[in-house]
Design a protein around this ligand. Structure first.
Ligand code: FES
Length: 64
């Protein structure tokens, strides 16, 4: 039986992070690879845990 692969989707959440749904492989700046099912990625630039969202967008009033 062949596996049905779902496409990776990236959704822009208003005033919030990107929601990525996979599975997908995240390659960090140091080359480390991480296979993930989903992730919230920071798009406000203020997260202390980049590339992931840490909720800071709400504290700084990010609205885009
Ligand atoms: S989008 Fe959430 S901390 Fe940047």
């Amino acid at each position: 039986m062949s596996e049905v692969k779902q496409p990776v989707t990236l959704k822009v959440l208003k005033g919030a992070p990107y929601l990525v749904k996979g599975p997908f492989t995240l390659i960090h700046a140091d080359g480390r690879e991480e296979t993930m099912e989903s992730a919230h990625l920071c798009r406000c630039g203020a997260s202390s845990n980049k590339p992931f969202c840490d909720g800071t967008h709400g504290k700084i009033g990010f609205e885009k």
